[in-house]
Design a protein around this ligand. Structure first.
Ligand code: 8YV
Length: 343
């Protein structure tokens, strides 16, 4: 098996315990796994444990060969994986959709509050020693308040719903959402919130309406051909001037140039991003970093110690189960035709 990252504690122990039965080839550097190393070492592998930065495509599957049985991804998102190519070859795909929900939902709340309350801008001012020069005024460093907000979720899956659970005690007023699977929401009411919620939860029907009516937009959908740049100039132009947008999903769902323009022109109040197009290659002169009303953190949604330990453990378990034909902790359903969700 090939493992494209170093693992931690129990997960590494579990993997190492298999070294008598399995040849384990593991990328040793802290840098993302080198593509040519992966292609070379994938040859004859029966299982591969990958990260988001490792594309699982025809090239890799061809390089691996026909004995490949399983891919285990250290992630909930699987946009780096060509699912059709796996299905064609009957290769199983494991992922980690549940253990990171709390961590990402917690970060969603942090980013909403940072964006509304100008957290990034405030910290930057203090760190630059500007506090003593700040002229006091009742509206100094003020932003919109969360109580009374309408929250619009672009994507209303497990992480969005866990974020909603955390938002309810803040006194939000209403929720609107867009989901690619509206018919399944009753079945996928992950925390039993949607059925009898104290506030209205309604389908937005269109991205336009979601943009127009939300005070807070939370981007929590998968990246697909129909969600790439779903949020662009048109969307920003329809947003309220005091609205904020948070992205905890995938960078390319938001068109970064359009976001920079919307912030420059004060079309929206602020943004909180855990992800951005072309990450991690964001240099210090990137235009988004010149936006005081944008808080950008380096894709740390799942970065709690507990979550990362569990993700590592589940990934190894998925990998091993994929080799032996046993049930994975969580497996992506590849048997049906892959539909591209529509928004
Ligand atoms: C990453 C994520 O997996 O799970 C996902 O889809 O985006 C993250 O949790 C994590 O940052 C490891 O790269």
């Amino acid at each position: 098996v090939v493992v494209t990252r170093q693992l931690i504690d129990e997960a590494q122990i579990l993997l190492d315990a298999k070294r008598e039965e399995l040849e384990v080839v593991q990328w040793q550097s802290e840098k993302p796994c080198d593509r040519s190393w992966l292609l070379d070492n994938a040859k004859d592998a029966t299982g591969i444990l990958v990260m988001l930065s490792d594309k699982v495509d025809e090239e890799l599957l061809e390089a691996a060969g026909s004995q490949l049985k399983a891919i285990a991804s250290f992630s909930v998102g699987t946009d780096h994986v060509d699912r059709d190519a796996l299905r064609k070859r009957k290769i199983r795909l494991g992922y980690t959709p549940t253990c990171l929900t709390d961590a990402v939902a917690d970060l969603t709340i942090m980013l909403i509050l940072m964006a509304q309350r100008r957290g990034g801008e405030s910290i930057a001012k203090v760190m630059k020693g500007e506090w003593p020069q700040m002229p006091w005024h009742p509206l100094l460093m003020t932003g919109p308040q969360i109580r009374g907000s309408t929250v619009g979720f672009l994507g209303f899956g497990r992480i969005a719903q866990a974020s909603l659970q955390r938002l309810l005690p803040f006194g939000i007023k209403r929720v609107i959402y867009l989901t690619s699977k509206p018919g399944q929401l009753a079945k996928e009411d992950h925390f039993g919130l949607i059925k009898d919620c104290a506030i209205p939860i309604e389908p937005a029907q269109s991205a336009d309406r979601l943009a127009k009516e939300s005070d807070v937009v939370v981007v929590g959908c998968a990246l697909t051909s129909s969600t790439k740049h779903l949020v662009s100039t048109d969307f920003f132009n329809k947003m309220k001037k005091l609205a904020v947008i948070v992205n905890i999903a995938r960078g390319p769902v938001i068109d970064t140039d359009a976001l920079v323009k919307a912030l420059d022109e004060e079309q929206i109040f602020g943004a909180g991003l855990d992800v951005i197009e072309n990450e991690p290659n964001i240099q210090a002169d990137h235009p988004i970093l010149k936006q005081p009303r944008c808080v950008l953190v380096p894709h740390i949604g799942s970065a709690t110690i507990e979550t990362r330990e569990q993700m590592a453990m589940e990934s190894v378990k998925n990998l091993l189960a994929g080799l032996t034909g046993e049930p994975m902790v969580n497996e992506v359903e590849l048997s049906s035709v892959t539909e591209t969700p529509k928004y």
